[in-house]
Design a protein around this ligand. Structure first.
Ligand code: SIN
Length: 504
């Protein structure tokens, strides 16, 4: 396994080259777009970086607006000419095969994912399994798309409902989960009978291309999936406004989500928006503190703090502040920062320099207003997009980190006196994606779970993400639900059929 990465150009090249040549199936490392059933190399390309060395990993086809228009029209044809009339059983079988192929290629996809995103190989492989779990889940859901028979108020009449595919879906995904955010959107789309046009993140396009190759290998008809890497911001606008696209699904910032929602209203497209979070993580004095510290580590430092459901504000009851902080700092001290593919690394770099800058800005702002650094607090010298895992104490509501998602390895600790204070502090944000709390009191568990204004609550756990659990937010964290028994409905319409004058 690759372990050297001291930031010089030569060693960076070795790091990339060794990793890429270690792939069992090198043909999964693809720099092309996939349009109208063909892999297409565009004349214009853009650089993709490897975050631990901050050097170029490769150059990928940069699609233009005309490519998006062509892809949408090809996907529309595939949708109406054959894909929507396949049976749910046929689509389920393709998804099952795709799931198997993804799992069989875990090592390669994990390596590619780690190289372009920076997360550790073990996290990357975990993400591959997580990504496959959505494919497996929706393979089963495909055949559960039941309609209803509804008693009619008119004599000799019956009302039926059919679940139908909504049509071509525009899919815009983020770089923090280059595999799972794709499958969480497109597996239910395929299960429902929709074709998709994907704009993968420009930071991490290789994972999407590898997944696409495996989907085709599993028997997905080529024009049902179109993949267009690009740096052109107009691409998202095209997906949100083109009348051929019937639904958009976006995971990313609240600002971009709001813009896409506005654009989508022009053609009354359906939208699912999984946007920013500012998750509270409350530790009550009756909590199991070891469990809480373990939960905080997973929930804060997973993907180096770059998840929408990351604990952004750790809110601790005053009486246990010292004990909890000591446990958390001890665990943070044990983290080993380094390149994702180094087997000793437990904390990878951030995806880019702006992630490092934002984390530094949050630390500086908090410290300038009185917070104290318990551990970490700065970006280490040298190359690579690193920021030391950090814990701040004495954090208050006037600091940037109280209101803005850091998206980096920064755990800021706030304090509270009463349960009512904790709930008020937790809800004092326009975001409402995830929230967490730790308590052994069942009455409090039920009360606080209801009072938290968010779409997902973790109680005595920092892990809430799974194929079977509905994923999505309230308030300015967006709308729509992914995964779970509800996820497929985002890609279906309900048609009612009233049959009258029956000889009943
Ligand atoms: C996200 O951060 O957008 C997704 C995180 C998850 O699925 O757990």
């Amino acid at each position: 396994m690759v372990s050297e990465s001291n930031g010089t150009a030569a060693s960076a090249e070795t790091y990339h080259q060794k990793a890429i040549s270690s792939l069992k199936d090198g043909s999964l490392f693809i720099a092309e777009a996939f349009i109208d059933g063909e892999w297409v190399k565009k004349e214009k390309e853009f650089d993709v970086y490897e975050p631990s060395t901050a050097t170029v990993l490769g150059r990928v086809s940069n699609c233009e607006l005309a490519d998006f228009k062509a892809a949408i029209s090809s996907a529309e044809k595939a949708q109406t000419e054959f894909w929507e009339s396949t049976t749910a059983a046929q689509r389920g079988a393709i998804l099952r095969k795709w799931n198997d192929l993804i799992l069989a290629n875990t090592d390669d996809i994990g390596t590619i994912l780690s190289l372009e995103n920076g997360k550790t190989l073990s996290e990357a492989k975990g993400e591959v399994a997580y990504a496959a779990s959505f494919v497996a889940w929706f393979a089963e859901e495909a055949t559960r798309a039941y309609g209803d028979t509804i008693p009619s108020s008119t004599p000799h009449t019956t009302v039926l409902t059919f679940k139908e595919p909504i049509g071509v879906c525009g899919i815009i995904t983020p770089w923090n989960f280059p595999a799972a955010m794709i499958t969480r959107k497109i597996a239910p789309a395929f299960a429902a009978g929709c074709s998709v046009v994907i704009k993968p993140p420009s930071e991490t396009p290789y994972t999407c291309a590898a997944l696409t190759k495996l989907a085709l290998q599993a028997g997905l008809p080529p024009k049902v999936i179109q993949v267009l890497p690009t740096k052109d911001r107009a691409a998202a606008t095209e997906l949100a406004t083109n009348a051929g696209v019937k639904k958009i699904s976006f995971t990313g910032s609240t600002g971009v989500g709001k813009m896409l929602a506005k654009l989508a209203t022009g053609t009354l497209k359906r939208a699912s928006l999984e946007l920013g979070g500012n998750a509270p993580f409350i530790v009550f004095e009756d909590a199991d503190l070891d469990l809480a510290a373990e939960g905080a580590m997973f929930c804060k430092f997973r993907c180096s703090g770059q998840t929408c459901v990351c604990a952004n504000r750790i809110i601790v009851q005053e009486s246990i502040l010292e004990a909890f902080t000591a446990k958390l700092v001890e665990k943070v001290k044990a983290l080993k920062t380094g390149p994702g593919l180094d087997p000793n690394t437990t904390q990878g770099p951030l995806v880019n320099k702006s992630g490092v800058d934002k984390t530094a800005q949050h630390v500086q702002d908090a410290v300038s207003k009185g917070a104290k650094i318990a551990i970490g607090g700065s970006a280490p010298e040298g190359s690579g997009f690193y920021f030391s895992p950090t814990v701040l104490t004495g954090v208050t509501e006037d600091m940037l980190v109280a209101n803005d998602e850091t998206f980096g390895p920064l755990a800021p600790i706030f304090t509270f006196k009463t349960e009512a204070d904790a709930v008020r502090l937790a809800n004092a944000t326009e975001f409402g994606l995830a929230g967490y709390f730790f308590s052994k009191d069942i009455g409090r568990v039920m009360r606080v779970a209801r009072k938290l204004e968010c779409g997902m609550v973790g109680v005595n756990t920092g892990k809430i993400s799974a194929a079977e659990a509905p994923f999505g937010g309230v308030k300015e964290s967006g709308y729509g639900r992914e995964g779970s028994m509800y996820g497929i409905a985002e890609y279906q319409t309900i048609k009612s059929v009233t049959i009258g004058n029956l000889n009943l």
